[in-house]
Design a protein. Sequence first.
Length: 188
Amino acid sequence: MDYIKKIDIEVVEARLGVDFRRNIISIGFDVAGHETGIAVIRTTDSYLILEIVHKFSIPNKVTEMDALDLFISQLDDFKLKMSQKYKFDENIIENCFFGKNVNTTKLLARCSGLVYDRFKGISNHSQLIMPTTARSNIRFKKDNPSSKGPQLKKEILNYINDALETKIKDDDIGDGIVLALNGLLLTY
């Protein structure tokens, strides 16, 4: 078995309330300063297949430039592996937003740009998308309108796990899956 989960595509479409394009390969990047979650999902005429989940990790206590160098190293290694196996139809990258820390926003913007740069050559189409838009596109709605932080991440994981019949526990991977699913959408 060369995949994590294979599920009837119509079942997933019904659970999410969306329509997916068939015979598409999408990669989603939940870019972050310390933990970047990645997912590769493909569709066939009958199935949605969660092929790969992966994560980059950068230690918390490194300089900004060291963090960038570590990100680039992991990104280039991952690209080399992926380019030997895939030509992606869609490369969906989480767009950065300004929170409370300018330096974090700058690092996210740099890393997102690097993902775009490295993967545009092995992807037919690349797009930056805001996390709230990505969630909305796959019909995710908060259980509790005031959910934030860890509670919101838990709700997203539950939503993804229910739809795909998986047991993903890592919220960065869950966000990568949300982004990859966006690349499969018919309305995309």
